[in-house]
Write a protein that binds this ligand. Structure first.
Ligand SMILES: C[S@@+](CC[C@H](N)C(=O)[O-])C[C@H]1O[C@@H](n2cnc3c(N)ncnc32)[C@H](O)[C@@H]1O
Length: 348
C-alpha cells in the first residue's frame, strides 16, 4: 500500500529557502566585531558606524536585522544593546561562537557551499573545484583563515573534550597521541584528568602551531610534546592509545584507511584507537538531531571532501586498516545538541 508523504509546511520550507540570509548576517556581525563593541553597554548606530568604518544608514538597517534575530535589543530608536544570545559573538566570552561564525560565513566555506551543485553532480569537493587545493592546503596558504579555523575547532572541541575525559578511563594508559590534534584542546583536557599520562599532539605545522600556549595554559606542557608531521606518511610510534577527533570525517574512504593504517602500524597489539565523530543513522528522519548531522555531512562533501559515516561504514574502514570496532559511547555535549560519539577500536 502506498504511503502518503506530507509536504513540509510552507513556513518551514520558506525558512529553508532563505536560511542563507541570517547565516551571512551573523557572519558580518562577527566580522565587524559588533558584539565586542557592545560589551560595555548600548551604543547608537551612528557611533557603531564611526568605529566600524561602515555606511551609517546601512549599518542602522543591519543592526535592526540583528535585533530581529534576537542578537541585539533596540532599547530605543537607533540605540542597540547585546542580548544574552548575541553575547556569544563576543571574542572573550566562554562558549563564544564568533570563530565558528567567521569560519562558516567566511570566503572558503561560503563559496564552497555556493558550489554545492558541483559536489552533488560529481562527488568532488566544491572547495577543491574552486581553489584547486584541498582544505588543509588552502589553510596552509592562508594563515589568517587557518588561525580562525583552528580557534573555531578548539571552541567546539573544548565542550567535547570535557565529555571525552569524563566518559573514558585514560588513567590506565601511559602514552597517548592525538592525531590531527590541532591546538591541543582535547589532549589537554585528557591529560588534566589523567595525571600520570604523557602525550603528543601530532598535526601539520599550520594545525598545531598554537598548541604550546594551549598546553601551557592547561598546565600540562611538560607532559605533552608537540610534533609536526603528515599523517598520510606516518604517526608517532609506540603509544598505548591513538585518538582522532573530527579527522576521519574530513576524508574519503581511501584517505581515511591510509590514516588508520598508519595508526595501526604505530600501535601495539594491546593498543586502542579512539575516534570522536558523529555516527550517522541508518535511516534519516526529519528530526533536529538528524538534520544537524546531515548538514555537517553535506559540509564535509562540499568543503573538505569527506563524509560522516554509519556504524557499518566505520566497521568497514576499521576492517580495511587492521582494526575492529569495540564499542560506541554516545557523548553528552551541549545538552545533546552536538551529536558526537566516542568510537573505540582495537587491533586485530
Ligand atoms: C577538523 S580539524 C580537527 C582538529 C582537532 N582534532 C579538533 O577536533 O579540534 C582536522 C585536523 O587535521 C589536521 N590535518 C589535516 N591534514 C593533516 C595531515 N596530512 N597530517 C596531520 N594533520 C593533518 C588539520 O591541521 C586539523 O588540525
Amino acid at each position: 500500500m502506498s504511503r502518503e508523504v506530507a509536504g513540509a509546511p510552507p513556513s518551514t520550507l520558506m525558512q529553508q529557502i532563505t536560511g542563507f540570509m541570517p547565516a551571512q548576517v551573523v557572519y558580518v556581525a562577527a566580522h565587524l566585531g559588533i558584539a565586542d563593541l557592545l560589551a560595555d553597554g548600548a551604543k547608537s548606530s551612528e557611533a557603531l558606524a564611526r568605529v566600524t568604518g561602515t555606511h551609517a544608514p546601512s549599518l542602522h538597517r543591519f543592526l535592526r536585522a540583528l535585533a530581529s534575530l534576537g542578537l541585539l535589543d533596540e532599547i530605543k530608536p537607533s540605540q542597540f544593546a547585546l542580548t544574552a544570545t548575541g553575547a556569544h559573538l563576543r571574542t572573550d566570552m566562554p562558549g563564544s561562537l564568533r570563530n565558528l561564525a567567521l569560519m562558516f560565513g567566511g570566503e572558503h566555506s561560503w563559496r564552497s557551499w555556493g558550489d554545492l551543485l558541483h559536489s552533488v553532480r560529481t562527488g568532488e569537493s566544491a572547495a577543491q573545484h574552486i581553489y584547486g587545493l584541498d582544505s588543509f592546503e588552502y589553510l596552509a596558504a592562508h594563515p589568517k583563515e587557518a588561525s580562525i579555523f583552528n580557534a573555531a575547532m578548539a571552541d567546539i572541541t573544548r565542550e567535547v573534550a570535557r565529555a571525552v575525559a569524563a566518559t573514558y578511563d585514560f588513567s590506565r594508559f601511559r602514552t597517548i597521541v592525538d592525531v590531527g590534534g590541532g591546538n591541543g584542546t582535547l589532549i589537554a583536557a585528557i591529560l588534566v584528568g589523567a595525571p600520570a599520562l604523557r602525550g603528543v599532539v601530532f598535526d601539520l605545522q599550520t594545525g598545531n602551531a598554537e598548541a604550546p600556549q594551549q598546553l601551557a595554559a592547561a598546565g600540562v606542557a611538560e607532559r605533552c610534546e608537540v610534533v609536526a608531521g603528515d599523517f598520510f606518511r606516518s604517526v608517532p610510534n609506540g603509544a598505548d592509545v591513538y585518538v582522532l577527533k573530527s579527522v576521519i570525517h574530513d576524508w574519503d574512504d581511501d584517505r581515511s584507511v591510509l590514516i588508520l593504517k598508519n595508526c595501526r602500524r604505530a600501535t601495539s597489539a594491546n593498543g586502542k584507537l579512539l575516534l570522536v565523530e558523529r555516527v550517522m543513522p541508518m535511516r534519516m528522519q526529519a528530526s533536529p538531531s538528524h538534520q544537524r548531522m546531515a548538514m555537517i555531512d553535506i559540509n564535509m562533501l562540499a568543503v573538505p571532501g569527506g563524509r560522516e559515516r554509519t556504524e557499518a561504514e566505520y566497521r568497514a574502514l576499521f576492517a580495511a586498516a587492521g582494526f575492529a570496532l569495540a564499542q560506541i559511547l554516545p557523548l553528552s555535549v551541549l545538552s545533546g545538541r552536538l551529536d558526537v560519539s566516542l568510537i573505540e577500536a582495537v587491533p586485530v
